[in-house]
Design a binder for this molecule. Sequence first.
Ligand code: PLP
Length: 426
Amino acid sequence: MTSKATNQELQQRKNAATPRGVGVMCDFYAERASNAELWDVEGRRFIDFAAGIAVLNTGHRHPKLLDAMRAQLDKFTHTAYQIVPYASYVELAERINAVTPGNYPKKTAFFSTGAEAVENAIKIARAYTGRPGVIAFGGAFHGRTMMGMALTGKVAPYKLGFGPFPGEVFHAPFPSALHGITTEQALDAVKALFKNDIEAKRVAAIILEPVQGEGGFYAAPADFMRGLRAICDEHGILLIADEVQSGYGRTGKLFAMEHYDVLPDLITMAKSLAGGMPLSAVNGRAEIMDAPAPGGLGGTYAGNPLAVASALAVLEVMEEEKLPARGQRLGDKLQEHLNEWRSAVPQIAEVRGVGAMVAVEFADPATGKPDAEYTKKVQQHALNNGLLLLTCGSYGNVIRFLFPLTIPDTVMDEALGILAKAIKLA
Ligand SMILES: Cc1ncc(COP(=O)(O)O)c(C=O)c1O
């Protein structure tokens, strides 16, 4: 019935029926989607470089995922794993334990959303260390739950009006050469927290995104990651890598932490883990994962059978289609184009990326100040011409590219054509 309504009619009904707090970027409504393309209810086609906010690394409706879910639909859709367990949950945990970095006994627990994975990683870290404190970073995004908001390093719009937040959470600046914060300064700021705010032996965990997502696609420099690992080792603090956005093939490897020569104690993952089904996970050293008492972890829907079936298929597709490597090639090609356009577009302040996790940052050429207005214009120009792009960054002046890693070359080339015009003409 809804598919017969026009975009405008749906927009009016949406405004009357749903709160503005659920901010919605597009004013058109999805009808169907396939791989990297999406059609609205009026038949307009879009190339989808948003991918459900980094959820569709395997594209919309990958046939293997659909087959796996159909097969599961015919068996059962829900038992609540904590009541009646099923083999697929265990199998997925085994597979994730095998593919995550670190050659030691590991365990994995499943949840439904990225924020829930983050919440549970903190719970596990506190249970294991017996300590309350958590250190996170400026520009970080860790979700919309109370602890997720406390850890998030961006006030508007995520924290506005929602406090007080859970205590014992502290922030240090995230290093960014472009914004003049060196690795040394960022590490010193963490150490300063031990002087000014909380003694190191009361800190349970340091949590960071190896490549900040919402914050602007800034990769943690290798020496920063090494420095954090050293601080953690010195003080018995756990290092948590929030790979909700950077994981699952986006950076040219299955996990962004594979780019570093140090290991995290816990990894959170979600988004592309189940290719469009709500599933998240916390993975880590077995002895740490076993710290919470039985009943302390879980949730009614946590590890839903359909989502788990889809996630098992995602891992197969990642391997069979060599998607991390394909993402690397596509990301390199995109960076090449963006760099070529720099001479014609002085607003491009930086092109950066790890694998397919590519971003372009815009600044006013006269002042060097972040240029959110220009960024919006590029986004709107692309949208008007059928390419869906997402912005990010503390100043809203970054465009991030989240195309499915399965995108056909012809569609990628078409998107690059639209992007070239949008960036040059905006
Ligand atoms: C790094 C990171 N952590 C946590 C979250 C929260 O995930 P969710 O929106 O599924 O709760 C996100 C979502 O964008 C994220 O990028």
